[in-house]
Design a protein around this ligand. Structure first.
Ligand code: HEC
Ligand code: HEC
Length: 222
């Protein structure tokens, strides 16, 4: 493509990264993601690296997360999702100032990231889960089965091929916060289809579906 045309296209497709609106990834970002996914990961090495890279300081040793600081559970999450999210945080597409300095190109090689992701995917779901109020579960199930399961799986297990995260057994406050970010255009790497779907949702809808997802049992296998 001619440089001028690609510039023009880029300016049409993208808004400023800091605005957090859903954006299309740049070709460079797509190529980086593809090369990370093509590496042969070593989950055993990933176990040591998860601690050495200080990920455990926030996400805990068992990767069960810290709901009070909106730090998500990472155990059992799809490796491709982990890799994509970390690269989006590195590029600033997903805004995460406390974590960003630790995942720069200098601090975290693609091989180390792939190793850590394979390790996290292999981990069982342990630790305490911050559940929702419970009152939204029945209504949340209706919403989820109708509108979300096509991408996130009938049991909230996620779909690796489209980078849709596992949402089962995730902390309620984190789920609700991300839904609000995605609805309000504050998560720069949001899936555009999902983002427009939940634009019309009320706060009650979001709370109910988060309540439902949090209590879904984690899948046995990734
Ligand atoms: C300073 C605390 C901190 C450290 C250290 C940290 N994280 Fe995070 N991480 C967070 C927080 C907080 C979020 C959620 C931010 C948000 O809501 O967008 C997050 C989000 C993530 C996500 C997105 C998960 C999802 O479900 O979308 C991944 C993957 C991740 N971190 C991996 C890592 C890895 C790997 C390391 C080590 C290299 C690491 N983090 C180090 C705080 C931290
Ligand atoms: C068209 C497919 C699609 C649909 C429909 C969809 N999602 Fe998503 N969702 C995604 C993708 C893909 C991501 C990850 C976006 C990214 O790359 O950062 C995501 C991210 C999320 C996250 C953030 C998870 C995390 O770990 O940070 C939550 C929560 C979520 N979706 C819940 C829902 C709910 C609830 C619905 C139904 C109301 C829904 N999604 C409908 C594709 C979809």
């Amino acid at each position: 493509m001619k440089p001028l045309l690609s510039l023009l296209l880029a300016s049409l497709l993208c808004v400023s990264p800091l605005s957090g609106q859903a954006q299309n990834p740049t070709p460079e970002a797509e190529a980086l993601l593809a090369s990370a996914l093509a590496l042969a990961p070593d989950a055993k090495r990933g176990a040591a690296e998860f601690a050495e890279q200080s990920c455990t300081a926030c996400h805990r040793k068992d990767a069960s997360g810290r709901p009070a600081s909106n730090t998500p559970r990472l155990s059992r999450q799809h490796a491709a999702v982990i890799i994509k999210q970390v690269l989006d945080i590195r590029s600033g597409l997903r805004h995460n100032p406390p974590m960003q300095p630790m995942v720069t190109e200098e601090e975290l090689s693609l091989q180390t990231l792939a190793d850590i992701a394979a390790y996290l995917q292999s981990l069982p779901v342990t630790g305490k889960l911050a559940k929702g109020p419970g009152s939204g579960v029945a209504r949340g199930k209706q919403v989820f089965d109708n509108a979300c399961s096509g991408c996130h799986g009938a049991g909230g297990e996620g779909t690796q091929a489209i980078f849709a995260p596992m949402v089962a057994a995730q902390h309620y406050p984190y789920l609700l916060r991300e839904l609000e970010f995605i609805r309000d255009g504050k998560r720069g790497n949001s899936n555009p289809a999902m983002s427009s779907l939940i634009k019309a949702y009320t706060q009650d809808d979001l709370q109910a579906v988060a309540d439902y997802m949090a209590q879904l049992p984690a899948p046995e296998r990734p």
